[in-house]
Design a protein around this ligand. Structure first.
Ligand code: ZN
Length: 319
């Protein structure tokens, strides 16, 4: 179904480490992906806080403590690990059910701003099948959340996780873009993983004064000025922006705690909306059910590019 395993749960064959800086904190961090037993799920292990014990955080929507410009996991003691979405997207899209994500700083390293370095790390470690069946969360009825001009919806979709993302920025380089995809490993590698974080030059001062984007640079962020991309290498995809939003959505929806059989549509959304829709789904016990893998059908990876969504402009966002 997802990844290499048709029926069973998976984990990594080996551990693998990447290092970099946090895009918001600017703090250096090392991230190590470790294999984990069946039914562990994805667990973040925040270590390296001086004088503090290591903290374990289940990668679950209930652990989300903030969604401003990134998805932050924490607990009653406060936030623990920020910017979890890109590594979560890579783990989920490649079909890794169980792993411990050890991070020795306040934020997952941003690497090049995309999910590709995490895909490469997972590929380097390899994926192993575990002798345990995989359980899915099947969406049974649509659940929708609207906030101002943006809305998000999860609806039934039996082939796996489908992501439909639409963005609209009042900027000549972006305008309206949409991207829809049934999430599948090879397709994620090819079409989504390399899409980078982006931000607007006009927002930089405001972001910095609020303590965000302190580690942002051309090395890890597509920086958009009045009418052009400032990065010397340009864009990786003409619609890299909406593709990155799709990566963020996959990473955020992966906080369901089990792979979702459902379609998620996000219109002018971001981390806050993704979290709100997932929370609304899980709160409505009549809107979903657990199913084992035998009942799920194999998703067929394909991309649909759609245009023509009419809607009012949406303000700046960095994700
Ligand atoms: Zn992102």
């Amino acid at each position: 179904m997802r990844g290499v395993a048709a029926g069973g749960q998976t984990t990594l064959q080996d551990q693998v480490t990447v290092a970099g800086i946090g895009v918001h904190s600017g703090a250096p961090a090392t991230l190590t992906l470790h294999p984990a037993e069946a039914d562990t799920g994805i667990v973040f292990l925040r270590c390296g806080s001086e004088g503090q014990p290591d903290r374990e955080l289940t990668a679950d929507f209930r652990s989300v403590t903030a969604t401003e410009f990134a998805t932050v996991l924490g607990d009653a003691n406060g936030p623990a690990v920020s910017t979890t979405e890109h590594v979560m997207a890579a783990l989920h899209a490649l079909g890794v059910d169980n792993a411990v994500v050890e991070v020795d700083g306040p934020e997952v390293p941003i690497m090049d701003g995309s999910a590709a370095p995490f895909v490469a790390a997972i590929d380097q470690a390899g994926i192993a099948t575990l002798p345990a069946s995989r359980r899915y969360i099947q969406v049974l009825k649509p659940v929708r959340v609207a906030k101002g001009d943006s809305f998000g919806e999860l609806r039934p979709h039996l082939r796996g996780l489908r992501i439909e993302t639409e963005i609209e920025f009042d900027h000549p380089l972006i305008g309206r873009q949409s991207f829809a995809v049934d999430v599948e490993p090879d397709l994620f590698r090819r079409e989504l993983a390399r899409a980078r974080t982006f931000g607007f030059m006009r927002d930089v001062t405001k972001l910095w004064s609020a303590g965000y984007a302190l580690g942002a640079s051309f090395e890890n962020t597509v920086v958009i000025a009045e009418n052009r991309v400032l990065n010397p290498e340009g864009l990786r995809f003409a619609d890299e922006f909406v593709r990155h939003k799709a990566v963020d959505a996959i990473g955020d929806i992966a906080l369901s705690g089990a792979p979702l059989l459902g379609a998620y549509r996000s219109v002018r959304g971001g981390h806050k909306l993704n979290h709100a829709v997932l929370t609304a789904l899980m709160a409505d016990r009549s809107a979903w059910t657990y199913v084992d893998m035998a009942e799920a059908r194999r998703p067929r990876g394909h991309v649909e590019l759609a245009t023509g969504f009419a809607s009012p402009a949406y303000g700046p966002d960095v994700s």
